[in-house]
Design a protein around this ligand. Structure first.
Ligand SMILES: Cc1cc2nc3c(=O)[nH]c(=O)nc-3n(C[C@H](O)[C@H](O)[C@H](O)COP(=O)(O)OP(=O)(O)OC[C@H]3O[C@@H](n4cnc5c(N)ncnc54)[C@H](O)[C@@H]3O)c2cc1C
Length: 454
């Protein structure tokens, strides 16, 4: 393959298998995915992205995009991989309360830069993910019930569509591109930067509480009743957690099955304590870390891994959490289950996440997002993906039929690929795909099949 025209037209390195930097640039956070594209461009500018997409389009080569590899649902085994981590621009405008964020920027940098002005962006459970990749999938923040999806707070996108053209898209401009970028994942182009709202948040009431896993049946039952009493802007989730016996994990959790309640609330401490009391009263916890915390410390709430791991994941949206739903979850991941999964969690939806909006986000109608993930560590590695699939399939009777694209895991057959979006949204996204990526260059991951826009 002759890459000289590409190398001449971009600033960043162009790499082929065997080149020194190639392995580093294809490496994904999810170590279970080994990308082996024919060519990698480490983009340094929007013009690099544009030139790379044009070059691939002229040769009919598929294009993959990676910032961090947190969402590497499938391996990119051919064509061109655009690594965006060099698109590292970050400017905070404290007057307008916005940040302009390059496609390679992770949440950690945004949180720290915004905090200097008493501001905050709507980050999810870990600040290690890429802001753009996360937001293109809607982006479910820890404060989701207070503020909605992260994509509800995008002001503009700079995006290179399948023809290599760079567009500036303002939110609310009425274009299909704007609509499809807010929740449609990377289907209609490669985003090079975006401008997001920042909110006046410095501290929150939040954190996690751990109990012994034997209490899972009681805790899930109380949780289901408790969430009904919470105000709309109180965010909560509960996880059935099996941490491995690794030395860097603190003693009461190391190698143990525990239940992990996570909360995030913008109200005051007294009200937070009052609201959490019914859960605290269930039983003495192993660890209780809920209280006032700097927003920049939000990684403490979920305590997601901060270093690359091999894993498989899957998710499904639930419309209810009744006794039979709880029983089904316990059958798969409760104290008596032989469960190889690291985590089976329920995130409470609703509040500002609900309602109708003109965008491609799925899941606004759900009561809960269920997510299952397992680390591919011996001796249980082979059991993980089947267990993820069992949990997801087992929840079908209580599902809305949907999933959140950011938590969906490997897209399966046609029906499964459509699951992250309500049917009319999926069809509209397919038409947008046909308009903005007619040659289907962006065909990896959560790509939707194009539908003739006519
Ligand atoms: C530990 C962990 C915690 C998480 N917590 C949350 C959470 O709380 N809320 C939530 O919503 N999600 C969460 N996620 C899911 C995460 O948002 C997705 O995996 C997201 O895709 C990560 O984006 P990335 O750019 O970091 O990953 P990458 O793997 O680099 O990108 C994933 C995909 O996003 C698309 N993409 C990325 N950049 C671009 C671009 N510039 N233009 C077009 N398409 C692009 C591509 O399709 C790419 O394949 C979590 C994931 C992990 C591993």
């Amino acid at each position: 393959m002759d890459i000289s025209t590409l190398a001449d037209s971009v600033q960043g390195p162009v790499l082929r298998p065997g080149d020194e930097q190639y392995a580093e640039e294809v490496a994904a956070f999810n170590l279970a995915r080994q990308h082996t594209p024919d060519v990698v461009v480490v983009a340094r500018s929007a013009e690099d992205v544009s030139a790379a997409v044009r070059w691939a389009g002229e040769r009919g080569l598929p294009v993959g995009v990676q910032a961090t590899g947190h969402g590497a649902v499938v391996p990119i085994t051919e064509g061109l991989l655009i690594n965006t981590r060099g698109l590292d621009e970050l400017t905070v405008d404290p007057e307008r309360r916005t940040a302009r964020v390059g496609a390679g920027v992770k949440w950690r940098r945004v949180l720290d830069a915004a905090a200097e002005h008493g501001l905050a962006g709507l980050c999810g459970s870990t600040s290690d993910v890429g802001v753009v990749g996360y937001t293109l999938g809607g982006g479910l923040p820890v404060l989701g019930r207070s503020y909605g999806f992260s994509s509800d707070h995008v002001r503009s996108f700079d995006v290179v569509t399948g023809d290599g053209r760079l567009h500036h898209v303002e939110t609310g401009d009425g274009s299909e591109l704007d609509w499809a970028l807010r929740g449609g994942k990377g289907n209609v182009g490669v985003v090079t930067a975006m401008e997001i709202d920042l909110l006046e948040i410095e501290t929150i009431y939040g954190g996690g509480i751990f109990w012994p896993g034997a209490l899972a049946p009681t805790l899930l039952t109380v949780f289901a009743e408790w969430v009904e009493t919470l105000p709309e802007d109180f965010s909560a989730s509960i996880g059935l957690l099996r941490l491995p016996p690794l030395p860097d994990i603190p003693e009461p959790l190391r190698g143990q099955f525990t239940v992990h309640l996570r909360v995030a609330y913008i109200g005051d401490d007294a009200e937070g304590d009052r609201l959490v009391a019914p859960m605290r009263e269930v039983a003495p916890p192993l660890i209780d870390m809920v209280g006032r915390m700097p927003y920049t410390a939000l990684d403490r709430i979920h305590m997601d891994p901060d270093h690359p791991v091999p894993y498989e994941e899957g998710g499904i949206l639930l419309r209810e959490l009744g006794p039979d739903t709880i029983e089904a979850i316990l059958d798969q991941a409760g104290p008596d289950a032989e469960c190889p999964l690291l985590l089976v969690e329920l995130r409470l939806m609703g509040g500002a996440l609900a309602g109708d909006r003109a965008d491609a986000v799925g899941g606004r109608d759900a009561a809960y997002a269920l997510f299952a993930v397992g680390a591919l560590m011996p001796p249980i590695a082979d059991a993980v993906l089947p267990a993820v699939r069992r949990v997801v399939a087992g929840m079908a009777p209580w599902s809305t039929g949907g999933s959140l694209v950011n938590f969906h895991g490997i897209p399966g057959d046609d029906a499964d690929r459509a699951r992250p979006w309500p049917a009319p949204t999926f069809e509209r996204l397919q038409r947008a795909k046909a308009t903005y990526d007619p040659a289907n260059l962006l065909r990896f991951g959560h790509a939707v099949p194009a539908l003739d826009p006519a």
